[in-house]
Design a protein around this ligand. Structure first.
Ligand code: Q0Z
Length: 290
């Protein structure tokens, strides 16, 4: 670990550089709600998200190359929740794909009838399934600011037509593959956000994390009903709890009680287990028995 130089930290992840030029992306157990990191970690969240991301990278590798170099050759204190990856030149666009209408996409549709310049039919409601998934890119805003919607022409202005078209194609393909696989396990992937970078030879490479509950909205299919706010496999549970505490979202956030921590952890591991079909093994030593 002493060989790793800290590059920067997001709300829930940290990025380091090693002397060989590779990056080390480390997922923590931190959880954020309403853009604030809560004081209580969710045990195993970093491992669940890292392992899920790796599982998807494998299943997407024929569509798009990815930045993963090794998930095992990592400092022992980060075992299971770190990925050594090649350093890319990041594309300055967040590649969002929506198969269902919710969140900021729904808000934009409600005011303009369109999302990122894509006109949608009238009458859509919270959670409506879109006829075709749509590419709804956003700007990459610095921490503390909000990403702004971009039209396809905005993306063309930022990276040129060829790259813009390739980003859109990759994004829609990744969404299609992810949504189809998840559907077979009873999970709706409502939307997802991808980060892409250029390799030195100019090819586009999938980076960061992919198709995790932190980068996507996962809904259980069995309770899905358009018009109703969906249940979800992510921090929505913690958000709802935080809202009920009366926290005003600006002051210091509340400690999460044990029962809420456990229920949140269970949602993350359930998403992992349903998608991969494998039990989640935390990778931590089992408590001694005797
Ligand atoms: C990812 C991020 C994190 C904070 C930069 N392969 C790559 N090459 C170049 N840059 C990145 C990557 Cl993944 C890169 N981020 C997002 C990750 C902590 C911010 F772990 N920023």
């Amino acid at each position: 670990m002493r060989d790793f130089r800290h590059l920067h930290s997001g709300k829930v992840r940290d990025l380091y550089e090693s002397p060989d030029g590779l990056l080390l992306m480390v997922a923590s157990d931190r959880i954020s709600a309403y853009d604030v990191v809560l004081p209580t970690p969710i045990p195993d969240k970093g491992r669940v998200l890292t392992q899920l991301s790796l599982w998807w990278f494998e299943r997407l590798a024929d569509l798009v190359p990815n930045h993963v170099v090794s998930a095992t050759d990592v400092p022992p204190e980060f075992a299971g929740r770190a990925i050594r990856c090649r350093r890319l030149e990041m594309v300055p666009v967040e590649c969002v794909v929506r198969g269902y209408l919710t969140g900021s996409g729904l808000a934009e549709y409600a005011t303009s009838g369109a999302v990122c310049g894509i006109r949608l039919p009238p009458g859509l409601v919270e959670g409506s399934r879109l006829e075709m998934p749509i590419f709804t890119p956003t700007t990459k805003a610095p921490i503390g600011q909000h990403d702004a919607p971009m039209t396809f022409d905005d993306v063309v202005d930022a990276v040129g037509w060829d790259t813009a078209d390739e980003l859109r194609t990759i994004s829609i393909q990744v969404y299609h593959r992810g949504a189809e696989l998840a559907a077979r396990r009873g999970i709706i992937i409502a939307d997802t956000k991808l980060e892409v970078g250029w390799a030195p030879d100019g090819t586009l490479v999938l980076a960061d994390e992919v198709l995790t509950p932190d980068s996507s909205r996962f809904w259980p299919a069995d309770t899905y009903e358009p018009g109703r706010r969906p249940q979800s496999f992510d921090k929505q549970y913690v958000r709802d709890w935080a809202a009920r505490t009366g926290w005003d979202r600006t002051g210091p956030p509340p400690e999460i009680p044990d029962a809420v921590v456990e229920a949140t952890r269970a949602r993350y591991t359930e998403a992992y287990e349903r998608l991969t079909g494998a039990p989640f093994a935390s990778g931590r030593p089992a408590p001694a028995t005797g």
